[in-house]
Design a protein around this ligand. Structure first.
Ligand code: SAM
Length: 216
């Protein structure tokens, strides 16, 4: 782990960017908090993000401030222009360098396919948690991971996030589980095989059966 990376986690969690409305269910209410994840997830990423790491995340918050502090070459995708404005104001008021931070405004399911397909070292999926958006995020972001690159998924406690994708990652030997917390998990990508493949190249999912049933 590079110097200070853990200290940055402690610092940002003690003084987080207020970019989300947490006290009011109305998404247009003034931001008064942040929908953050678990500290051990940030600490895991700190260990894998030396300066210059090429990172991409869906969703914005504590993690985005940390990627900036860790001096990653970072792209963040959020649909909320207001979040971007609040985060930049926060970073500038604390003299945190934003020169390596790029925030794309728009829903990730539409923005990610249009981004250039440059290689990435680490991807953090924590944007829209409604099915099938986490799978779409995974498809477009994780295909850019270099062999050995790391996928971090948050909110696996939600069925909408883990449905389908978790079974696939568990079955596919090209993904190795590295770490997990209560809500999140991280995998290492072992190959650069395309994620755009036919079912005959996915025998690890089991045989095709003659018929199918819905679980009652
Ligand atoms: C749980 S918060 C992210 C928390 C952040 N990762 C952190 O560590 O504090 C979810 C974020 O996803 C954003 N979001 C919602 N729908 C999205 C979409 N379709 N594409 C990208 N981001 C989305 C929300 O605006 C919000 O910023």
């Amino acid at each position: 782990m590079h110097d200070d990376a853990f200290d940055h986690v402690t610092r940002i969690l003690a003084d987080p960017p207020l970019v989300h409305p947490t006290a009011d269910a109305n998404p247009d209410a003034p931001p008064d908090g942040v929908w953050r994840t678990e500290q051990d997830c940030y600490e895991f990423m700190a260990r894998h993000c030396p300066p210059g790491t090429r990172t991409l995340e869906t969703g914005l918050g504590v993690s985005t401030a940390l990627f900036a502090l860790w001096k990653c070459e970072h792209t963040c995708v959020t649909p909320a222009r207001r979040e971007k404005e609040h985060l930049f104001a926060y970073l500038e008021s604390r003299a945190i360098d934003t020169s390596h931070l790029r925030i794309e405004v728009g829903p990730s399911q539409f923005v990610l396919p249009a981004l250039s397909r440059t290689p990435l070292d680490l991807v953090f999926i924590d944007g829209c948690h409604g099915f099938p958006v986490p799978i779409i995020d995974w498809f477009y972001a994780a295909q850019r991971l270099r062999p050995g690159g790391i996928l971090v998924m948050d909110n696996l406690n939600a069925p909408s996030v883990r449905l389908g994708l978790l079974d696939f990652l568990h079955a596919d030997p090209r993904w190795t589980l590295l770490a997990r917390g209560s809500w999140w998990a991280a995998w290492q990508r072992e190959t650069s095989d395309s994620l755009n493949e036919e079912w005959i190249t996915q025998p690890f999912l089991g045989p095709v059966t003659a018929t199918w049933e819905l679980a009652s």
